[in-house]
Write a protein that binds this ligand. Structure first.
Ligand code: 3H9
Length: 696
């Protein structure tokens, strides 16, 4: 028997244990090992029942996702072979579950005759999150035991459910003691002594759902599932469970599974799955680097960012002292935090008790003395170098010696900030994205002198506060915003050349982005950038005074959604952008005054210029070492910039198009539009070598 699976006999029970760390995936060899365990049990007349369980942290977390990205190995028994073996078994098989039973792991359990789990066990079909469907008969079995109306939302959301819900849905038959094997043995012996039948889910019927169910369900997921293939394939497979005999349903499921597996979407999502795990691995900061314990935090500034950052900490039980300069600012900030939580309570996603607990972890203060003992302080004050420097000098003088000093700057040089302290090795950037309590991305900015222990601590802290932390280097805009500047510039440029904001936004929305750059500008508020540009122009006479279209829009008092007008207009209380003839006229007049010849711009050009601008800058960032890997950039874009997850991110998208084609297009734009399009040397090199960013 393969050593990924162990077999032992305890009394009259054959015990098969999958032991394939870290998550007991069904890698090549595991199904074979399990089959051998079942066969050994069947031939042993002293065995009356079989228990299948997992070693370590959980039962089985599903198929081995790595194996989907490679050609299948020849001849090794598959999940299907294993299920057939279970169904032809003459002895009762009980799945005994602790930790996770996910995807193919849950399908394995559903092919057993009975299932029991500990009270803390967790169940789910997360295949949809990697662009596939439960293709080990899950779409045919779950509707048969839980009903279509319960099964479909579970498979389409990829949600994990706890044991008590799984019991209600019929996924498990019994919750056993946390001493899993003892409880499972008792349960198996009971099933045998009661001569319970070898129950097969395949023999049951999936009843049709109530009239209109599928239509309503599709409607309910239409926003979330826009552009995605797998959710709709799961619906089709579920219909097959109702409409076709079991074996035919299984064949249909197999076809639909292959459709998903062959798609670029599943490749993109699987790459992102691994990318989101690889991004915390830093070559020169090994896993065993010592970390500091973070038991308390301080946040400087109770504005939108400071408030959001504070919420992240208290959400996971880390008390925060929040410092402001005036009582009024402090009260305003705390009020917003309370309102945010109250909204979540109103939506039923948080209990009042939990809200109160979280609020009680926040200590407001007006004095630096109040924060001196915090393990980490995150500064979120006004984005101005001199102000930040003053703040860091002050922090350096009052914070305890081993405190981590973090800045939430989105544009300023972290090394310059660190240089005003006597402990630059303790200074690091933590670039949160707005709204900081919602957005998953955290750019962790490594300064030239930041200590490895500090990096390891902050990366770990990022995970603790449920962010996706990605390490980046010090450069203007770091990774995400530096690339975004190129993208936004192209979007704006095309409006000057002949496109309208709605044309640009539509092309990018259809590509799968949550929204295009102009709708995004309106959402974020146009006045912030405008005020910065105005201030810079006053401070520096070398900056030319030709107000851009965006400046003119602000001068009209149109600051975006908050004023019901920006690049678009908005009905009061609505967030739906409506193209505005007044803006169209403004654009046309603006171009006429400057004798800019406008021309129609096809959506293909819009898309290429925006996305390739990201890719070209991304290539420069990689070459400079500001991001560790192409997949880190994709993780940044998927988690911080609404890039469609099914495309993984701009770098994998470019790889899939072919870097030779991308390079060729960029060279064309370079010739046409000049220096802004200078191709990144790395892009040229990879294109010449027929390689991809992901080969690096
Ligand atoms: C499937 O089952 C298809 C079938 O329906 C049909 C087949 C025909 N494969 O997340 P973590 C690795 S599709 C390979 O940091 P956690 C992961 O990369 C599958 N590797 O831990 C990481 O490696 P490393 C359906 C996997 O405690 C390490 O394990 N199942 C797999 O935060 C630890 O992972 C899923 O989609 C895998 N399936 O979370 C479940 N899973 O240390 C996907 C994990 O080198 N997995 N790894 O970076 C998860 O959701 C989480 O990993 C889990 C643990 C909740 C299990």
């Amino acid at each position: 028997m393969a050593n990924l699976v162990k077999f032992e006999k305890r009394g009259s029970i054959g015990i098969i244990t999958v032991d394939n760390p870290p998550v007991n995936a069904l890698s090549v060899g595991v199904p074979q090992g399990i089959i051998e365990g079942v066969e050994a049990s069947i031939t042993d007349s002293g065995i009356s029942a079989i228990i299948l369980n997992g070693a370590g942290r959980g039962f089985i977390a599903g198929a081995d996702i790595n194996e989907f990205l490679k050609p299948p190995p020849p001849g090794s028994p598959s999940l299907d072979d294993m299920i057939r073996c279970f169904e032809s078994s003459t002895k009762l098989i009980l799945a005994a579950i602790h930790g996770n039973a996910l995807g193919g792991g849950l399908e394995t359990a559903l092919a057993c005759h009975y299932r029991c789990g500990t009270s803390t066990s967790v169940y789910g079909f997360p295949e949809v999150l990697i662009g596939i469907l439960p293709g080990g008969q899950g779409t045919q079995r779950l509707p048969r035991i839980s009903g279509v109306e319960k099964a479909l939302p579970l498979m389409v959301s990829g949600e994990f459910i706890p044991a008590n819900n799984a019991l209600k849905l019929g996924i498990i038959d019994e919750i056993v003691d946390d001493e899993l094997l003892e409880g499972a043995i008792v349960f198996a012996e009971k099933l045998v002594s009661e001569k319970r039948p070898l129950r097969k889910i395949r023999d049951e019927t999936a009843e049709a759902p109530s009239a209109g169910f599928y239509e309503n369900f599709e409607q309910s997921i239409s926003k979330r599932a826009r552009g995605y293939l797998a959710p709709y394939k799961i619906i089709e497979a579920t219909k097959a469970a109702v409409e076709l005999p079991f074996e035919e349903g299984v064949s249909r499921e197999r076809e639909l599974f292959q459709d998903c597996l062959r798609s670029d979407q599943s490749k993109g999502l699987m790459k992102l799955f691994f990318g989101e795990r690889t991004c915390t691995k830093i070559p020169d900061v090994p896993k065993d680097t010592p970390t500091q314990k973070i038991s308390t935090a301080a946040v400087l500034g109770a504005g939108t960012m400071g408030g959001g950052i504070t919420m992240n900490f208290v959400n996971v039980g880390i008390p925060v002292t929040i410092l402001e300069m005036s009582q009024e600012a402090l009260d305003r900030g705390l009020d917003i935090i309370c309102k945010n939580y109250a909204n979540t309570v109103k939506k039923g996603r948080l209990s009042q008790e939990k809200m109160d607990q979280r609020i009680s972890l926040i200590t407001p203060t007006l004095s630096y003395d109040g924060i001196a003992d915090a393990d980490i302080v995150v500064e979120a004050v006004f984005e101005e170098m001199d102000i930040k420097k003053d703040v860091f000098r002050k922090l350096d003088s009052i914070m305890k010696p081993d405190a981590i000093l973090a800045t939430n700057t989105s544009t300023l040089d972290v090394d310059e900030i660190a240089a005003v302290t006597k402990r630059p090795e303790m200074v690091i950037g933590t670039h949160f994205f707005s709204p900081a309590n919602v957005m998953k991305l955290l750019e962790v900015v490594r300064g030239a002198r930041t200590k490895k222990e500090v990096i390891a601590t902050v990366m770990q802290l990022g995970k603790t506060i449920k962010k996706v932390p990605v390490l980046v280097g010090v450069c203007d805009g770091f990774v995400g915003n530096r690339m975004l500047a190129r993208y936004s510039k192209q979007a704006y440029q095309m409006v000057l050349e002949g496109a309208l904001p709605q044309d640009v936004d539509k092309a990018l929305f259809n590509f799968g982005l949550a929204m295009g750059p102009f709708a995004m500008g309106d959402l974020a508020g146009l006045d912030v950038g405008w005020r910065i540009r105005k201030r810079r122009a006053t401070e520096n006479s070398a900056i030319q005074d030709d107000a851009g279209i965006d400046d003119q829009i602000c001068e009209m008092g149109r600051f975006g959604q908050k004023t019901n007008a920006g690049w678009y207009k908005y009905e009061p209380g609505s967030r739906v952008p409506i193209p505005d003839p007044e803006i169209e006229q403004l654009i046309v007049d603006y171009c006429e005054e400057r004798q800019i010849q406008r021309r129609p711009i096809a959506s293909q050009e819009i898309l290429e210029r925006c996305i390739y601008a990201l890719v070209n800058e991304g290539a420069k960032i990689l070459e400079e070492g500001m991001a560790l890997r192409a997949s880190d950039i994709d993780v940044i874009y998927a988690n911080g910039y609404g890039f469609p997850r099914f495309r993984s991110g701009p770098m994998l998208y470019a790889d899939m198009i072919g870097l030779d084609k991308v390079y060729e297009a960029i060279c064309r734009y370079h010739e046409q539009f000049g220096d802004a399009w200078k191709p990144a040397p790395l892009l040229k090199r990879l294109a010449d070598q027929g390689k991809t960013f992901n080969d690096l």
